[in-house]
Design a protein around this ligand. Structure first.
Ligand SMILES: O=P(O)(O)OC[C@H]1O[C@](O)(COP(=O)(O)O)[C@@H](O)[C@@H]1O
Ligand SMILES: [Mg+2]
Length: 402
């Protein structure tokens, strides 16, 4: 059997410049130098460091398999030391934000960083697209993943290519209950949609070609708020998709991002907004660094970046910035238009998220200071209540400052 290659993407927000907009170039340089050493020592075959917004991703190739303590340990130490030596020193905003626990015990899952990893035997040619998004959550990939692997109006190959005609198997995780649903397209598409239409809870985590169980995609599914029990930013997710030769073509993978669908996240993790396909600002092949899109308007809008590679024996040829093309300018304009439109709703739902999703934000702290009056009691004494100089509702639990 041919040796297998593992592709790991581990990402964390360890501090932004300014605020939550971008990653400091020195942090990317530091991470690149650490991963270069890991190549020299033989732990990694190849790597690339990049960011989208304030999240830094470490793309690493090796032969150690998924969930490997040495690979996870390397990522953890890069994030930890970059936090200590750069983010804290420069007083970057939210230094160490995603490093939720102090002790590392072999795996970064559950500690804050997002992880997407896949181990596979390389095909004769292996195109890969790596996605990273900021100001949103793992369920943001539900709709594109569904389109790529189950929607013939997106992916012509589902109709035309005999290797794909048997469809794909979706692994969907319920992040609240810790349960997995395995469902097949096309037979179960209505059930799949019934689940993934709730992207905050049911997340497409892996996709397999049914004819031979080739894994085609993996998405990171860590939910920070569920780990931390409080608002610590959104779970800006990463994903890996393999393309071509019996899997969706590169263009079919990208097609799913042409219409900027609405996702949860954006400002304070509390708003719905369009997922804009973003362009990278610069690519530095010598240092293996790609500097990604910035978060600007209302800390967004939520953005996704896509880097394309050809993989060979673990080496990464590329990247190609896949959304840096006039074909996606129109998508960006649509996203800008939706941004402008939806922003006019201000703090009103559905622009602001529903109460269940606000549970982990700071809004409950504000609302809990109010002491509303029972309706009957109020109706009996309405004149007394309305004549009070300052609202008796706000005053009862301490002024909210309104
Ligand atoms: O840290 P603060 O000033 O309380 O602000 C909350 C911040 O949380 C965020 O939602 C964090 O975004 P990230 O999840 O990308 O870190 C920003 O939109 C916002 O600026
Ligand atoms: Mg972020």
């Amino acid at each position: 059997m041919a040796p297998k290659t593992t592709v790991s993407v581990i990402k964390a927000d360890i501090g932004g410049i300014p605020g939550h907009a971008w990653v400091h170039p020195k942090i990317l340089e530091y991470a690149s130098s650490r991963l270069r050493e890991a190549v020299k020592s033989g732990l990694l075959i190849d790597y690339y460091v990049f960011n989208v917004g304030d999240d830094m991703s470490l793309l690493m190739t090796h032969t150690k398999g998924i969930d490997n303590p040495e690979i996870h340990g390397l990522a953890w130490s890069v994030f930890k030391e970059a936090t200590e030596n750069y983010a804290k020193k420069f007083k970057l905003y939210g230094a160490g934000q995603d490093l939720l626990k102090d002790s590392f015990s072999g795996n970064v899952r559950g500690l804050g960083p997002q992880v997407a990893e896949m181990e596979f035997e390389e095909r004769p040619s292996e195109p890969l697209i790596i996605f990273a998004a900021d100001k949103t959550e793992p369920g943001a990939y539900n709709l594109p993943m569904y389109k790529i692997f189950a929607d013939p109006f997106n992916t012509a190959g589902l109709v035309i290519d005999p290797q794909m005609h048997g469809g794909f198997r979706f692994e969907i995780i319920d992040v609240y209950e810790g349960k997995v649903y395995l469902l097949d397209a096309p037979e179960h598409i209505y059930t799949i949609l019934g689940l993934i239409g709730t992207p905050g809870r049911y997340i497409i985590r892996r996709v397999y070609r049914r004819s031979d169980l080739t894994q085609a995609a993996v998405v990171s599914v860590e939910r920070l708020n569920l780990i931390a029990g409080r608002y610590v930013g959104k779970d800006d997710p990463v994903a890996i998709v393999r393309a071509q030769h019996g899997l969706p073509a590169v263009g079919e993978v990208l097609e799913a991002f042409a219409l900027p669908h609405l996702v949860e996240g954006w400002m304070r993790g509390s708003h719905t907004g369009p997922l804009m396909p973003g362009k990278f600002v610069s690519i530095d092949p010598a240092n293996k660094i790609a500097m990604g899109p910035k978060m600007t308007r209302f800390d967004g809008p939520p953005k996704v970046g896509a880097l394309g590679f050809q993989l060979h024996e673990g080496y990464l040829e590329g990247p190609v910035d896949m959304f840096d093309d006039p074909a996606f300018d129109f998508s960006r304009q649509i996203a800008a238009f939706i941004t402008d439109y939806i922003r006019r709703m201000g703090p009103i739902m559905p622009h602001r998220l529903p109460p269940e999703e606000m549970e982990y934000t700071t809004l409950p702290q504000i609302l809990s200071t109010l002491k509303p009056i029972p309706v009957e009691e109020y109706e009996r004494n309405r004149l007394k209540y309305i004549s009070e100089k300052i609202s008796p509702v706000a005053i009862a639990g301490g002024s909210t400052g309104d």
